[in-house]
Design a protein around this ligand. Structure first.
Ligand SMILES: Cc1cc2nc3c(=O)[nH]c(=O)nc-3n(C[C@H](O)[C@H](O)[C@H](O)COP(=O)(O)OP(=O)(O)OC[C@H]3O[C@@H](n4cnc5c(N)ncnc54)[C@H](O)[C@@H]3O)c2cc1C
Length: 289
């Protein structure tokens, strides 16, 4: 048996003080779907669980048409895909939240936990990146914001400093004539880790793509943004040729490993398939589909 302590933080300040005092073995606890498993299997030493769910800011979803969407870091997946505004304006988040684990996991698993666990295969991360998500962080030196695409620095590693935790994740309002989509490949229908995942956001001016962001996961130590894929699309009408050029750029950018879930060759191939699919789906959504 491992002796652990559990405590509830009721405010951001309280959580920061508890995490700072607790040191490296004090961990923020959101849904616990990664953390409790890791602690139980002794893959992570935890002396103190600091439950951040009682903090109101970590548990709210707020939207303002001018300011955008803010999702508390501990809001569970089912509340995100069950939110009417999120479903209507940010369907790429719904794409990802709907497939994290199964129903029971979605009752607990949060975007903050998915981000801070820093798995290269974390499903929500490419979706948050293409939606230009920004992590709002609190710590002993006050507050700061870090774009999701810069947050993770390696497998299990991120920019958080001692005493810091993510309070919420902010997304700008959707641009006019824009659409975004996310999907993943897994060998089974559910409850598996992505072999590849991909997110795309497109903005259009007339029939031309005016802006694009492409992010891929499970094919490098962190989720990757692929600027060359965006460049292959921007300034031109969408066509089979531009989509294939973007897919090829993503295949080139991917740096996957061989493991029991997939080979390098298979992952590179799948990156192209999923980026092409997400470009078409994002375009369909931008056109109101
Ligand atoms: C059966 C099963 C199936 C799963 N399926 C999937 C899947 O399909 N796709 C997928 O991506 N993941 C999957 N996961 C992994 C997990 O459910 C997700 O990563 C989930 O989003 C983690 O969120 P959580 O709230 O449970 O995080 P927790 O377990 O509470 O925390 C995860 C890590 O992040 C830290 N942390 C949590 N919140 C914060 C915060 N706000 N600030 C700083 N640090 C924080 C914790 O200390 C811990 O290190 C699965 C897990 C299980 C057990």
């Amino acid at each position: 048996m491992q002796k652990v302590r559990y405590t509830r933080a009721n405010s951001v300040e309280e959580a920061v003080a508890l995490l700072e005092k607790g040191g490296a073995t004090a961990r923020p606890l959101a849904g616990g779907t990664d953390l409790i498993v890791q602690a139980r299997e002794r893959r992570r030493k935890v002396d103190l669980f600091v439950d951040i769910k009682p903090i109101p800011e970590t548990n709210e979803i707020t939207f303002d048409p001018a300011g955008g969407l803010t999702i508390g870091a501990a809001v569970p997946a089912y509340r995100i895909y069950g939110n009417e505004t999120v479903s209507r304006l940010y369907p790429a988040l719904v794409d990802a939240c709907r497939v994290i684990g199964g129903t029971a996991i979605q009752g607990r698993a949060s975007l903050g936990g998915n981000l801070c666990n820093s798995s290269p295969a974390a499903d929500s991360v490419p979706a948050m990146i293409v939606l230009e998500g920004v992590a709002n962080i609190a710590g002993p030196r006050g507050r700061r914001s870090v774009p999701v695409e810069e947050f993770n620095t390696g497998p299990g590693q991120n920019v958080l400093q001692p005493g810091e935790f993510v309070v919420s994740i902010h997304f700008p309002p959707p641009a006019r004539n824009s659409g975004a989509a996310w999907d993943r490949f897994i060998p089974r229908n559910e409850m598996d880790i992505a072999v590849v995942n991909a997110g795309v956001q497109l903005r259009f001016e007339g029939d031309r793509v005016s802006w694009a962001k492409v992010a891929i996961g499970a094919v490098a130590p962190t989720a990757l943004v692929v600027p060359a894929a965006a460049e292959a699309l921007v300034g031109k009408p969408l066509s089979d040729a531009t989509i294939e050029a973007a897919a090829e750029a993503a295949r080139q950018a991917a740096r996957p490993i061989d493991d029991m879930r997939g080979s390098i060759r298979q992952r590179k191939h799948l990156v192209g398939v999923y980026v092409a699919r997400m470009i078409r789906k994002a375009a369909e959504r931008a056109r109101g589909g």
